[in-house]
Every structure is written in C-alpha cells, then in structure tokens.
Ligand binder design. Structure first.
Ligand code: THG
Length: 385
C-alpha cells in the first residue's frame, strides 16, 4: 500500500528539512496500519503521518475544508495510534504514580486524566490520557513516544509486580457538534449522561466497549475504545449509516483546530528536553501532594526557575517562515514549534518556545520583518482582534 505524503505537518522545520511535497510514504509492517485503514482509504484519505509507529490520517479534503466541517458537523477519526499501554497487577497504581507528577489517587474507575509523564529530571516523556479502567488495571493512552519501553524498565528496576503490554485496543474518535447525536444513535440513550473525561461500558453488536467523552478537539465528542478488530468495519459503517443525515465524514486531528484550541502535540510543541512548566502544564501536576513520583523532587527544584515558556504568536497576515528561529538583539529568543493560518480569525497563529527573560519586557517581536504579538496560551480570541 502506498500513500501520498504531503507536508501538512507545519510543525516540521523548513529550515532543517527540505520541502517534503508530493513524496511517497512507503508503508510496511513497521508503519502499522489499523483495523480501520481499509475504510480510511475508501473514504479518500489524502495525508498520513506516523504516530506510535502507526498510520494516522491527517486530512481528507484539505486541512481547511476539514476544519470547517469539523466545527459544524461530525467526523469519525481513526486514532488507533493512540495506543493503550496496559499496566495490570497489584503494583499498577504505584507504577503509574511513579511516572506522573499528577496525583492519581482519587481517580475513579472509568475516569481519564490528562497527565504529563516525567523522568527523574522533570523531562517530559509523554503527555497521555491516563485511564483507570478497573482496580489494578490502568491504561496509558499515549502520545507519540515509546512509553512501553520506559515503563518496563521502571517495573524491572523497582521490582514491581505488574504486567505491561500494548493492548489490542483501537480508539475511534467521533468529534464535532453533532457527535453526541451520532454516538447516541449507535450506542444508545446512556451516551448523553457521560461527563467530560468519564466513560461508560456500552454495547455494540453484543460486545461491551468503553465510550469516553474526550478527544483531541474542542468541538465536543467521544472516543470509542474498540476492543475487537473484527468489529472495526461494522462500527465504522454503522456510524456512517446512522450519520448520513448529519453529514458525517472521515477526518483526523486537525492542525488548525488544535492550534486554535491550544491542544499540545508531543514531539512538536514539546519534547523530552522540556519540562511541564515550560509547556504550561502546571494544572496537571500536584507538586505538594504526598505521592511517590520519580519527578517530584526535580520539578519542585525547577518550579519558578524554568527558562522557557510556550507562548502564542499572532500575525495579522499569512506567514511563510524561512527559519523557525526567532531572533531579537542578535540572539535567538524563541523557536516556532507549530504554526498555521486561521481563516476564521484571519490571523497566522504560532506556538513558540520563548526565552522567559525576553518575555519579561517584550509583548511583541519582529519575525522576518513582520510584527507578531506575544500572547498566553490557549489563544483568547476575545482579546485578539
Ligand atoms: N485521546 C486519547 N489519548 C490521547 C489523545 C487523545 N493520547 C495522545 C494525545 N491525545 C495526548 N494529548 C492530549 C492533549 C490534550 C488533551 C488530551 C490529550 C485534552 N486536553 C484538554 C485541555 O487541555 O483542555 C482537557 C484536559 C483535562 O481537563 O484533563 O483533552 O486525544 N484517548
């Protein structure tokens, strides 16, 4: 199977990577497909990226057309690449807590918690959704890095009684303002009662699967954690049949929507070299809690002293960046991590890792001769006009 690779991942760096247009992405077993890939292909996917060594559709019509459709209607996304690292056994909660500075002790069964994973220096390993699936059974719904290897190393080093594996689960997201209507038609009247980041076990073709109100957009929606590959195409087909009058389409995490909404992307906006303070993830840490977490000591020492901050840049015109380094006074004061033109707001938006000392006395910066305002994330379009 071959697919066209078009460089819509605006987060790649044109200053370091030659233009990647109209290239072919050679797909093999390493570039894992999903139980939905046949349907994704039939729906006319035009772009893929590779995430957790698995295909992730990026767009179908165009980034922009997909964006407007997502904000008005309902889309079905193959996000199987949000792999579930299952940590099971008597020490599972201890291992999960070691990996994250967020206090997980009060989580209830079926709850999801967005949480940074940090190493002993406070460096970001990943930013998954942690799911307490059952007692002594946690799922780490990972972003794009090899968490399983790290978790297994920790389990061995700490001598923990856990079993760690990548589970046979393939999440399918249903996102957009009409998502609740569509998921209710397929999974029944219990769907509207599911609260944000909570889930219910609901039935499809005689099989119980987790349905959570979550997803990588701010347009509302659900994620269906498919646990039977045989049911992938029946589930996809049912969503499209039931959603035909809702104008349902295939989609994927949308670059424009997620930047406007301030949703971070591991590997783009932040890496192993960043800590959660720099990324504005403070609300997802409990640094004063009495918990056993391997990053707590380092994070407490860094608190308030971190050197960078992920900020928004707002340009009044479309930008083509020759370099993604931001310079001022003959030094580099920031680097662009993700950027896109917003045709809704008629602004070019960028997420930029800025030097905090520069931020102390600057609220704007010149980039390629164009002035940009520096704003906090997430973007507040009430004040950006
Ligand atoms: N869903 C699931 N797994 C995932 C993602 C997902 N794994 C990979 C990646 N996405 C992880 N990254 C994020 C980033 C943001 C959010 C979820 C996953 C998110 N954040 C909300 C916010 O920032 O406002 C809510 C956070 C909260 O209140 O807890 O939803 O999309 N299964």
């Amino acid at each position: 199977m071959l697919a066209f690779f078009i460089n819509t991942a605006a987060a790649s760096r044109p200053d370091r990577i030659p233009a990647l247009t109209d290239k072919i992405l050679s797909i093999s077993r390493r570039t894992r497909s999903t139980p939905f890939t046949r349907r994704v292909e039939a729906a006319g996917v035009k772009g893929y990226t590779v995430y957790n060594h698995m295909l992730l559709p990026t767009f179908f019509e165009s980034n922009e057309a997909d964006y407007w459709h997502l904000c008005r209607e309902v889309q079905v996304w193959d996000v199987s690449c949000e792999r579930q690292i299952e940590v099971k056994g008597p020490d599972s909660e201890r291992l999960i807590q070691l990996m994250t500075p967020r206090d997980i002790s009060k989580a209830v069964i079926g709850q999801g918690l967005y949480a940074p994973l940090c190493d002993e220096n406070g460096g970001l390993i990943n930013d998954p959704v942690l799911i307490k699936f059952a007692k002594d059974d946690w799922w780490v719904s990972i972003a794009d890095s090899d968490v399983r290897l790290w978790a297994r190393g920790l389990a061995h080093g700490f001598g923990l009684d856990v079993r760690i594996r990548e589970a046979a689960i393939w999440p399918l997201a249903v996102q957009g303002p009409k998502a609740e209507e569509l998921v209710t038609r397929v999974f029944g009247p219990e769907v509207p009662g599911i609260r944000f980041f909570r889930s219910k076990m609901l039935e499809f073709r005689g099989k119980q699967m987790m349905v959570m109100r979550s997803g990588y957009s701010k347009q509302g929606g659900f994620e269906i954690y498919l646990n039977d590959a045989e049911l992938a195409e029946p589930l996809w087909d049912e969503l499209f049949e039931q959603g035909s009058d809702l104008n349902v389409r295939a989609g994927g995490p949308n670059l424009i929507e997620r930047i406007e909404s301030g949703l971070l992307s591991y590997g783009n906006d932040m890496t192993f070299h960043n800590n959660p303070f720099e990324c504005g993830l403070d609300a997802f840490m409990d640094l004063d809690a009495d918990i056993e977490s391997m990053s707590l000591e380092a994070l407490r020492a860094i608190r308030g002293r971190h050197e960078h901050q992920l900020m928004g840049l707002v340009f009044d015109q479309p930008m083509l960046f020759g370099s993604f380094d931001i310079e001022a006074g003959n030094r580099i004061v920031g680097d662009i991590r993700s950027q896109v033109w917003s045709s809704r707001h008629l602004k070019h938006l960028a997420m930029v890792m800025m030097k905090r000392d520069f931020l102390a006395d600057n609220t704007s910066v010149m980039v390629n001769g164009t002035m940009a305002r520096i704003v906090d994330l997430p973007f507040d379009f009430g004040t950006i006009s």
